[in-house]
Design a protein around this ligand. Structure first.
Ligand SMILES: [Zn+2]
Length: 341
């Protein structure tokens, strides 16, 4: 399919369609905005889905270098009009199930797999009972509880699609099992290669791999709420921008708290201040008031008390009018001057 002359295609763009980073595609799916057709098109293309319209065209297998370049760079030919309501619903269903699975810890994941197997058995038995009831004309058995409902209730996931969730837990979200090859590599280590039939199966498999063999968990960015793969336990932000913004805002909040406590210290009676260290008192006050949310340290507070940063930031206490105090406006001043003259 690729022309010999690929010099005009950027290497990175070509790599993106030849070697897919499923974890990245998975995170992009979790963050996918279903109301933005352009995002849906680029996601579908990045995952390797080809629009049916392209396959229906008899010349679809012949691509010019220009076609390949365009498709590699954008979205494998997806256009908003190809994204039907059915595709959108199908994507949303999988996105919600995958996001739910990624929140589970190892034990919860295992328990959920067990529940998915029980659901399949219950569904089979219910279907059998229904068939027997129809054959023997006993409609009372049709009052059976819906196994899908029980399954979702057990897992506490009432808004998910039971069938997709069940398949995702027991298999690959599209099938109960997939083919795999076992062999020994040249170092003598056993290796298993699983064969996926579709991008969504590869994504589901990547979830099983991460839930079972890695510490990676998906969390929401502490600033903007976007999903991210938590590679280290302290990863909390989707981007550098979010981390910087959050850190600056938190620092401002901390400085504001220190400043307010420092003002409270000045109003303390002398005997209370005796034998007490100002910085230590401030730390104990702030940590008590915020239930240790910021876990201030004495050394940091001491440094702040001597810095110009603390003096320059106006606190809410300073901006708030003191109750009972008279505010002298410009007009008031002018009136007083007139009185004097
Ligand atoms: Zn963010």
């Amino acid at each position: 399919m690729f022309p010999r002359d690929i010099g005009s295609i950027e290497r990175a763009k070509l790599d993106a369609i030849l070697i897919r980073n499923w974890r990245e595609i998975r995170t992009n799916l979790l963050n996918l905005d279903m109301d933005r057709p352009d995002s849906l098109c680029s996601w579908l293309g990045s995952a390797g889905y080809v629009p049916e319209a392209m396959l229906e065209c008899p010349n679809a297998l012949y691509y010019t270098p220009g076609d390949v370049e365009r498709m590699a760079a954008s979205n494998l030919g997806w256009r908003p009009k190809f994204v039907t309501d059915g595709i959108r619903r199908w994507l949303k269903m999988h996105r919600d199930v995958f996001a739910w699975l990624r929140r589970l810890n190892e034990n919860q994941f295992r328990e959920a797999i067990k529940a998915a197997h029980e659901y399949r058995t219950a569904q089979y038995e219910t279907d059998q009972t229904r068939v027997n009831a129809i054959l023997s004309e006993k409609p009372r058995t049709l009052l059976l509880k819906d196994p899908a409902k029980t399954f979702l209730e057990t897992l506490g996931a009432p808004n998910l699609d039971a069938s997709v969730l069940g398949l995702a837990l027991r298999g690959t979200s599209e099938s109960e099992r997939l083919a795999a090859y076992l062999y020994w590599d040249k170092e003598g280590f056993p290796t298993v290669t699983a064969r996926c039939d579709s991008p969504i199966e590869a994504l589901c498999l990547s979830i099983h791999i991460d839930q079972n063999f890695s510490q990676r968990r998906a969390v929401n960015c502490a600033r903007c709420g976007k999903w991210l793969d938590q590679i280290r336990g302290r990863d909390r932000f989707c981007s550098k921008e979010c981390r910087n913004f959050y850190t600056t805002a938190e620092r401002r909040k901390k400085i504001g708290l220190v400043k307010r406590a420092a003002q409270d210290w000045t109003t303390l009676p002398a005997q209370k201040k005796a034998n007490r260290d100002r910085a230590e008192w401030i730390v104990s006050q702030v940590n008590k008031q915020t239930a240790d949310e910021y876990a201030l340290e004495v050394s940091w507070v001491r440094k702040m008390l001597g810095s110009s940063e603390l003096k320059s930031q106006r606190t809410r206490a300073q901006n708030k009018p003191v109750p009972g105090a008279k505010t002298v406006t410009r007009r008031g001043r002018a009136a007083k001057r007139a009185e004097r003259e």
